[in-house]
Design a protein around this ligand. Structure first.
Ligand code: ATP
Ligand code: MN
Ligand code: MN
Length: 652
């Protein structure tokens, strides 16, 4: 992208100059589209500059000091040019608009990648990221610049997952540092002032003990933050969160309280996060390097020159020895799944579900884009972050399954989520959790999202019953009278459109302007309409014990995948609801009936309101609360935030 430079290319004060980066832009050359992130000091937007997609960082300028800071940051950014550092393309440094234009890095930041997308890197991925980042910091230190805010949220990833260090909001020339820090502690009160404390929840855990003791920042303080960040990359664990696994810090208040104790433990007791383990193929020298980086004594920490040399050695050694690359953690570690083995012996229903529909990930057919929201380029675009939690609860066996499928057919703005609640065994739920996403991928955008969802449910049901039949005929490892089934709910978010398909009694709720909107209706025999439909299709309904039930198996639900002894009365055909999302939509909650048995939609919304705004933590809190309230069933929860959540309430 070539942007003409208008001379004199300086900011309004004349303190920032550059020969290659334009510092004032005609207003017609750029536009702000949707916000990507709201930080403490800025809002980052996706936007365009001369027709190209860019990231636009617009600082919050509420004090004159903030304008000084902008100029300082711009002077610094103009000097930087390194493949490990986010590229500044242009800036606008004239009132009333102060903006930085960066290259847009599409693969989000490392914190999001690890904890929201649950990305599991291979050893080589991890080594490459570590090396690139070390080289970027080596480059800065050679220029006499300290970054002072190294953490995964400030490490962007490009499409090749190469890291790009960003956020120079706290960066300083080492030579200026004495003066600045004294001034900082006094005037702005960083990091002890009330406001900053609130916003430092995320940063504190990366701060070296000497910084927590309010001593001066040196190169070695960046080394410490680097060590903590790389260990987080290797373990996939937000530093110290494992400490609170039992205590379950759910609210910001609780978090702040623990942060206080944490600071004391890091400074006085030498507490550090749990170190990555060698078991999963991580080179032992990399692990010892991390330990040296977070040594309590700054003088004992290596410099980035030392670190780059050591990494060179580790990588060369792997190459010579031809060490096999592998993932550094098993994928999907967080789900406590117990598979019901009573009748399925050696059949893996999940694998069957995947195999049956062909290898979805290799779907190479170009997808035809017929999904309507793409015709409206200016339509509202929600920004999603999601998490899930699944627990057996008080049951012996886990019969719930779920899937999360971001970026269907590599489309950035298209996501699918689904939950399956098995009955009479887990087979149907296990099969469906693989088959439904695979079919969605395979169908791509050839039909409307609503039709695609219906098709996915029906095809999964047919495929599962056929498979079951062939097992029965071949007399292999299945009892003749077993008719497993599952209820199913799935959602597709495509641009600003939300589609929910439901068969059975899982439920989806949207929080719109603080109030619950039901996105699904339960299909149970106690519902007159459903009872009549079952009878019309040849099924039998009777009152038994306390409620209406279907057929001999006395099923309470009237729609499901599987249950082949009750077909076609108990249909797999879902009901679909469709909504246009808008700025008032805060989040979407999907859950199996184990949650809804003990909680109303309003309860769910209120609980999320006072929980740390991290989707995984919200899901866990809801499920845990449901167990506490006496739910006797398996519980699976998926929470999807539909707009950016405040950094102050995020945990990384
Ligand atoms: N060039 C970019 N491309 C894509 N996403 C970006 C880009 N720059 C920033 N972001 C996103 O915006 C987030 C915030 O950016 P940045 O850290 O620069 O802002 P900040 O206001 O200083 O935030 P903080 O609250 O961490 O101080 C990043 O974590 C990243 O997810
Ligand atoms: Mn940041
Ligand atoms: Mn910042």
């Amino acid at each position: 992208m070539v942007i003409p430079i208008v001379e004199p290319n300086t900011c309004i004060r004349g303190c920032c100059t550059s020969s290659s980066i334009p510092l004032h832009l005609p207003p017609s050359s750029y536009s702000l589209l949707s916000p990507i992130a709201r930080g403490a000091e800025s809002v980052v937007y996706e936007g365009t500059l001369n027709g190209h997609k860019v990231a636009i960082k617009k600082p919050v300028l509420s004090l004159s000091q903030h304008i000084n800071d902008f100029h300082k940051q711009l002077q610094l950014l103009c000097k930087l040019d390194h493949p490990g550092i986010a590229t500044l393309i242009a800036a606008h440094a004239k009132p009333p608009n102060y903006m930085f234009f960066f290259k847009l890095y599409q693969s989000s930041n490392l914190g999001h990648k690890l904890h929201v997308e649950e990305w599991v890197p291979t050893v080589n991925d991890a080594l490459m990221i570590t090396m690139q980042l070390a080289k970027a910091l080596q480059y800065l230190h050679n220029l006499g610049i300290l970054h002072r805010d190294v953490k995964p949220a400030n490490i962007l990833l490009d499409i090749n997952l190469c890291p790009r260090l960003t956020d120079f909001g706290l960066a300083e020339y080492k030579s200026d540092i004495k003066e600045v820090s004294l001034e900082n502690w006094k005037s702005s009160g960083k990091p002890t002032g009330g406001f900053h404390k609130k916003n430092m929840v995320g940063t504190l855990i990366y701060m070296a003990p000497e910084i927590l003791r309010k001593e001066l920042h040196t190169e070695k303080s960046d080394v410490y933050s680097f060590g903590i960040s790389i260990n987080e990359l290797l373990t996939g664990v937000v530093p110290y969160t494992d400490l609170r696994a039992e205590a379950q810090a759910h609210t910001v208040l609780e978090m702040n309280y623990t942060e206080h104790q944490l600071t004391a433990a890091v400074v006085s007791d030498g507490l550090r996060p749990v170190l990555a383990s060698e078991d999963l193929g991580i080179p032992s020298r990399l692990i010892s390097m991390i330990q040296k980086c977070w040594d309590a004594n700054p003088k004992s920490r290596p410099s980035f020159d030392d670190i780059v040399n050591e990494l060179d050695f580790i990588m060369e050694h792997r190459k010579v020895k031809n060490v096999e690359d592998m993932h550094i953690r098993p994928c999907n570690l967080h789900i406590d799944h117990h598979v019901d083995m009573t009748y399925q012996e050696s059949i893996s229903w999940s694998t069957q579900g995947e195999l049956l529909v062909g290898n979805a990930s290799s779907a190479t057919d170009p997808c035809f884009r017929t999904w309507e929201s793409y015709d409206e380029p200016l339509a509202y675009r929600p920004i999603l972050s999601w998490g899930s939690y699944a627990t057996c609860g008080r049951r012996e066996a886990m019969e719930d399954t779920h899937f999360i499928l971001p970026h269907i057919c590599n489309e950035k703005d298209v996501y699918a989520f689904g939950i399956f609640d098995g009955h009479r065994g887990a087979a149907a739920a296990e099969f469906s959790s693989r088959a439904v996403p695979a079919i969605l991928q395979n169908l791509g955008f050839t039909d409307s999202p609503a039709n695609t969802l219906v098709e996915a449910f029906l095809r999964t049901d047919t495929a599962f019953r056929k498979e079951l039949d062939s097992y029965r005929k071949s007399n292999r490892c299945i009892q003749k009278d077993m008719h497993p089934g599952c209820t199913a709910i799935a959602a597709i978010v495509s641009g600003n459109r939300l589609f929910v398909a439901n068969s059975g009694d899982c439920r989806a709720v949207l929080c719109r302007a603080g109030n619950p909107t039901a996105l699904s209706k339960d299909h149970v025999a106690s519902c007159l309409q459903e009872r009549e439909r079952v009878i019309r299709h040849g099924g039998q309904v009777h009152w038994q014990v306390d409620t209406w039930r279907v057929g001999l198996p006395a099923l309470q639900v009237t729609r499901s995948i599987g249950d082949d002894d009750l077909k076609p009365a108990v249909t797999a055909e879902p009901e679909i609801t469709e909504h246009a999302l808008c700025a008032e939509d805060e989040f979407l909650v999907m859950a199996s009936d184990g949650l809804w048995d003990v909680m109303s939609s309003l309860d769910v919304i209120n609980i999320i309101k006072d929980t740390v705004k991290e989707a995984g933590m919200c899901s866990k809190r809801l499920a845990t609360e449901a167990v506490e309230r006496g739910s006797k069933d398996n519980i699976t929860v998926i929470v999807v935030f539909l707009r950016p959540v405040s950094t102050a309430e995020r945990i990384y």
